[in-house]
Design a protein around this ligand. Structure first.
Ligand code: 5RP
Length: 232
């Protein structure tokens, strides 16, 4: 069984939650793309839905099924957002942003009645932090921001290597919003709630890849199918 098949198994379960007429938020990444591939087969259903996307990448991918995404500002609320994740703890805390879409993903999550996460079983972890925590910052003074972040981490007994995300030609990765991303190699994070607050107080930080207390359900795809894990 490939990881891709596990992602498809998770996506199939999320698809069952989509009802005619819903406003649907689309996340970013390979697992979300599997969801879009499945939705693309539901020709009647997909015509009844309205969509907002978390990235230009997703918007472009969805177009191959004639799924047209509207500006987020067109929606006061979304019925549901379906998105992937980089790590999900047993308490429902997440790290996201591996694909660089964390800001818009968080915006969609914040206006969604139901926030459904689809992952293969390798993404479920006992604690967050093996995956580098992405932090989106203004396109401005990354080195000073790294120094301020180091101080914030130190208060929580963490001393991560913090690396500016770059493309293969060494130019800085620029997000859809025109911002930079710092990847923080933390290791085990014991209290993401306090750390998130501290990080997001730094003036140049737009948002962190911590998505806490946001999930409605996680669909975990494995060899046999998919399991739903609920969160309050
Ligand atoms: C993008 C994300 C993605 O959801 C996350 O990186 C998971 O991606 P994939 O489904 O390709 O493993 O947060 O910013």
């Amino acid at each position: 069984m490939t990881t891709q098949q596990k992602k498809i198994n998770a996506a199939k379960m999320a698809l069952k939650r989509i009802r005619p007429g819903m406003c649907v938020g689309l996340g970013t990444g390979s697992t979300t793309n599997e969801f879009i591939n499945l939705l693309g087969q539901e020709k009647q259903l997909l015509k009844t839905l309205r969509y907002a996307s978390s990235s230009i990448q997703t918007e472009t991918f969805a177009k191959k099924y004639s799924i047209i995404c509207e500006d987020i500002d067109q929606f006061n609320q979304l019925d549901v957002t379906v998105d992937g994740a980089d790590e999900v703890s047993r308490q429902g805390e997440m790290i996201k942003g591996g694909g660089g879409a964390l800001l818009r993903e968080k915006m969609l999550a914040s206006i969604s009645k139901d926030y459904l996460i689809i992952v293969d079983d390798t993404k479920m972890v006992d604690y967050l932090g093996d995956f580098p925590l992405p932090i989106e910052i203004m396109n401005f003074s990354p080195n000073t921001t790294i120094n301020l972040l180091k101080k914030a981490f130190k208060a929580y007994h963490l001393d991560p290597e913090i690396i500016l995300r770059v493309n293969s030609d060494s130019s800085s990765v620029i997000t859809d919003g025109g911002n930079l991303i710092l990847d923080c190699h933390c290791g085990q994070i014991l209290d993401p709630n306090l750390l998130k607050k501290k990080i997001e107080e730094i003036p140049n930080v737009i948002t962190s890849g911590f998505f806490l207390n946001m999930i409605s359900s996680v669909f975990v795809g494995d060899e046999k199918g998919s399991t739903e894990v609920f969160f309050e």
